[in-house]
Design a protein around this ligand. Structure first.
Ligand code: ADP
Ligand code: MG
Length: 152
């Protein structure tokens, strides 16, 4: 099985609800190795780069505001960005995180247990971001981390 790297971000909803430790605990128990981590205040530029592939989606404007912390804590905007490494880490981390919509996420996943849909505002509070495939993981790790910030 290939050794992969993947990006995980505890989103502003997860930070506000103090779920970062829980997510780290689950990923650690699943056997993935943390090789980079930092608290980041997401700029508009970073938000657009990170979600570039979703530009044009109806929920895109909300998504940019969401990841920047506009809906959770504008006076203390922050996310926790991490890189995990391990065998089949991309799929494996997604399995711990769960499907995009908290309504679809399987029991036992982080998004099933802690995610929710803000139906009035039209966004998902799904606690964590995890890269979706090898192309995205490669792209996202480079956007968020300099090579020297990873312990390899
Ligand atoms: P994932 O985060 O599971 O990889 P996507 O890459 O498809 O999901 O979408 C990125 C993020 O955009 C999701 O985590 C969620 O916050 C938001 N999103 C995706 N689809 C929708 C939707 N139909 N309505 C509202 N928000 C959505
Ligand atoms: Mg995705």
């Amino acid at each position: 099985m290939p050794i992969e790297k993947t990006l995980v971000v505890i989103k502003p909803d997860g930070m506000k609800r103090r779920l970062a430790g829980l997510a780290i605990d689950r990923l650690e128990n699943a056997g993935f190795e943390l090789i980079g981590a930092k608290v980041v205040s997401v700029t508009e530029k970073l938000a657009h780069e990170h979600y570039a592939l979703l530009k044009g989606q109806p929920f895109f404007p909300n998504l940019i505001k969401f990841i920047m912390g506009d809906y959770h804590d504008v006076s203390n905007r922050r996310v926790l960005a991490m890189v995990y490494r391990g065998e089949n880490a991309i799929k494996g981390v997604r399995a711990v995180v769960g499907a995009t919509s908290p309504e679809d996420a399987a029991p036992g996943t982080i998004r099933n247990a802690f995610g929710r849909i803000n139906s009035k505002a039209g966004y998902y509070e799904n606690v964590v971001h995890a890269s979706g495939n090898a192309m995205e993981a490669d792209r996202e790790v480079k956007i968020w981390f300099k090579p020297e910030e990873l312990v390899e």
